[in-house]
Design a protein around this ligand. Structure first.
Ligand SMILES: NC(=O)c1ccc[n+]([C@@H]2O[C@H](COP(=O)([O-])OP(=O)(O)OC[C@H]3O[C@@H](n4cnc5c(N)ncnc54)[C@H](O)[C@@H]3O)[C@@H](O)[C@H]2O)c1
Length: 409
């Protein structure tokens, strides 16, 4: 006998994608709701008809998701020889047609991207501009501070030469990349960009102002990406008239070295824009992970509480900064200690992210440590300022790491 099962699947936009784990089992005219997970209580062969009830949004299309789920079900149950999967061939053909269409649209969009604008020429923006120029894109780099633009040009050039001397890029690559890089002192000069990646300070209000400006000057097809570490992509997108073309593209620091890009989908980011940015990131030699749009996304949601706890450990006198960092390096195999890493990221950036986590998730466990707040108030922003938790100043009069530690203790 062959029973018929209809799985009613709901795919939710949530970090843990949930689906109904009950099925309707038909026995002649009788229909019963039965659990399908982990193993169905069936003792003869069954046929599965998958019916998508609701698809809110997920990284994959609903159908890809179902395919994945089906193979899991089949695998899970195969030892029992119970499950037989049948998918309507007409539906399968239709799905293939739609998937080809999507792929063609994504390829067209990706091909259409030849010029990338980068806004903010600080640690991240300059690194992103370097990665994009090395990957063959024309790059327009803008910063409101012209001195920052000059510094970025020098840093990019020396970083490219260092990579070439280590054989990580070809000898010709630095000159070629520098030819593709143009400095733009006015935001208007970015009007020809097909994609703009914003990497200015971590402030929602200032980022929104930039997005409003970009929305007015860019062509209608252009995509807007933000390198924000924590701010809602959905809210940034809502400041524009093109929310489906707004996406988070979170590079790690330093962008030329770090392999990861965390892509963040806003509530309205289209599948095509997501697929385009994913494949463009891969063209830049990066590995992509995808996060839904919740404060801190994946990486900083986990990293920042650890950094904050390291500050609390220092603040409450549990240990010296050196012992905290050595403990985490040698005890948990991290390449950098959390305080060293905070200096590297920038203490102001860490503080902003913690505030976004605290406000957005409403849990006091994210409340920034008073010591971190005090360091930022004092202008001790980390490596970029020559002093943070540690001192990086070369002058003999400058505070040495030990002195900084004693000031704290
Ligand atoms: N630092 C990190 O480790 C790290 C990692 C990933 C993502 N991010 C994110 O990248 C973004 C930039 O961080 P950063 O560390 O490069 O900061 P940064 O302070 O080094 O650089 C910010 C740059 O933006 C410029 N800027 C500020 N307002 C501007 C405006 N209105 N128009 C044009 N330029 C403006 C500043 O002049 C400065 O050069 C932030 O959103 C941050 O959260 C940082």
């Amino acid at each position: 006998m062959r029973n018929k099962i209809t799985l009613q699947v709901s795919i939710h936009k949530s970090p843990t994608i949930a689906y109904h784990n009950r099925a309707l089992q038909s026995h002649g005219n009788e229909r019963r709701s039965v659990p399908i997970s982990p193993y169905p209580p069936f003792n003869d062969r069954i046929e599965i008809i998958l019916r998508v009830q609701r698809i809110f949004c997920c990284n994959k299309t609903g159908e890809d998701f179902i395919d994945e789920r089906c193979s899991t079900l089949t695998r899970d149950h195969s030892p029992f020889g119970l499950l037989d999967l049948s998918i309507n061939p007409k539906r399968a053909r239709e799905r293939e047609r739609r998937s080809n269409e999507r792929e063609a649209m994504t390829n067209d969009l990706e091909k259409a991207i030849s010029t990338i604008g980068v806004i903010g020429a600080g640690q991240m923006g300059s690194g992103i501009a370097q990665v994009a120029a090395t990957a063959g894109f024309s790059v327009l780099l803008h910063d409101s501070d012209t001195a920052a633009l000059g510094r970025a040009e020098g840093l990019i050039s020396s970083s490219l030469r260092r990579l070439a001397s280590k054989g990580l890029i070809s000898q010709a690559a630095p000159d070629e990349a520098m030819k593709r890089l143009k400095l733009a002192s006015s935001i208007q000069e970015l009007c020809t960009a097909d994609l703009v990646i914003e990497a200015i300070i971590e402030s929602e209000a200032i980022k929104k102002t930039i997005f409003v400006q970009l929305d007015k000057i860019l062509k209608p097809s252009a995509i807007l990406a933000s390198n924000t570490s924590s701010i809602s992509i959905t809210r940034l997108a809502s400041a524009t008239s093109r929310p489906s073309q707004v996406i988070g593209m979170h590079f790690m620091n330093p962008p030329p070295i770090m392999k990861l890009i965390e892509i963040v989908r806003g509530a309205d980011t289209s599948d095509e824009v997501f697929a385009t940015i994913k494949s463009l990131s891969e063209r830049m030699g990066k590995i992509v992970i995808c996060s839904q749009d919740y404060p801190g996304f994946i990486v900083n949601r986990i990293l920042m509480p650890m950094i904050n706890e390291a500050f609390h450990t220092l603040y409450t006198g549990v240990a010296t900064k050196e012992d905290i960092d050595t403990g985490m390096k040698l005890g948990t195999n991290h390449p950098m200690g959390p305080l060293e890493l905070a200096d590297f990221i920038g203490l102001d950036v860490c503080l902003s992210i913690l505030r976004v986590l605290h406000n957005g998730l409403g849990d006091d466990k994210y409340s920034p440590c008073p010591l971190l707040v005090q360091y930022v108030d004092a202008g001790r922003l980390g490596r970029k300022r020559g002093i943070g938790v540690y001192s990086y100043q070369k002058s003999s009069n400058a505070a040495k790491p030990e002195d900084v530690s004693r000031q704290q203790e």
